[in-house]
Design a protein around this ligand. Sequence first.
Ligand code: NAD
Ligand code: MG
Length: 398
Amino acid sequence: MSQSVCILGVTGSIGRSTLKILEQHPDQYSVFAVTGYTRIEELSEICKQYRPKCVVVPSIKVEELQQRLKAYQITEIEILTDEDGLIEVSKHPEVDVVMAAIVGAAGLLPTLAAVKAGKRVLLANKEALVMSGDIMLQAAQEHGAVLLPVDSEHNAIFQCLPQNYLQIERQGEPLLGVKQILLTASGGPFLNHTLEQLETVTPAQACKHPNWSMGQKISVDSATLMNKGLELIEACHLFSIKEQFVTVVVHPQSIIHSMVQYVDGSTLAQMGNPDMCTPIAHALAWPERIQTHVPPLDLFIHSQLDFQAPDIVRFPALKLARQAMQSGGLAPSILNAANEIAVAAFLQEKIAFLEITQVVEHTLNHVQNGSADSIEAILQTDQLARQVASQRITQLGS
Ligand code: NAD
Ligand code: MG
């Protein structure tokens, strides 16, 4: 039977890759709803091509979207607005699968709504899980949602774990013979830069990732290694494992997408060309497999695979994320909010590259940690952390 899909963040890099796969399997999937935030022209083209039942945009963009759809003589698509609209399509009774591909905290409530509605949720929006952790996972269990990782590393880990790993009640210790998770990192565009060189790198350089083509925010996160920090927290939640069982391994070629080590000396790795269509297709079809256009790995071309330890002196974001996970509670939300603000300021050339992590550290030191026992507490702290980070950015600029 055909599955009806809602794509949150369809105009983004993950959203577009998702469309590419759905297009290859028209008998298996249909697009029910799509959402976009800016790029209304692109969104209207997507509407023209895929004819969803609903589309969600910010209220201020409705008129522009209506005009563009009218020009295509499309009148039957329902337009919903803002966060309420995002939540409505995420939990819509006609939706089977939700691709959570909004970037940042803005995706938290819609993703949670999909989980609470018991959908199959394909999780790209790592920030939502970093913020809500146990609340999201408990909701998935309670409402029978199937939460599948799309982040390439977590998807790889999922593929390397025993089939029943996620069904077993765990409390931080690895089970079923798992010894540790090896989370791979490309090291980003500045892997071999000195601290001095890092001082003057530009947003354009930071957004030019050597292996992956991604949205701006995650590209900068990959350059600071905060992306790996967020992924460390994501892995701890997804696989109910304490942070000391997750080791980050820099692997510049991005061919091995992560590994699981077992107590008998086995190390299982998932490999493939670096293309997000593979993990997206895996999460869409799991436990089955569907075709993608991604060519099979040619090991005679990729004959050299290198590994090294991350350098936390040049890339302190990883250390901050590990500490935030150790502290627990609201610390990961503080880290995430401050990082979102700092990355935006860097992209606008208000602060320097190395100041991104300094802003995050400052914010972690100035916002009180507490228990992350409700979404309200998380959102309140998110707002507070944004204020503190913004103030710090103003200080740095004066
Ligand atoms: P992107 O910037 O290309 O796209 C983001 C999408 O979110 C766009 O459709 C945009 O319109 C929408 N959006 C942005 N702000 C919004 C807001 N305030 N409200 C509603 N919608 C909003 O980002 P991306 O690279 O596609 O990444 C999306 C998510 O997937 C991120 O959380 C990222 O960390 C994760 N992810 C991305 C990749 C990748 O290869 N791009 C890999 C792994 C994980
Ligand atoms: Mg990743």
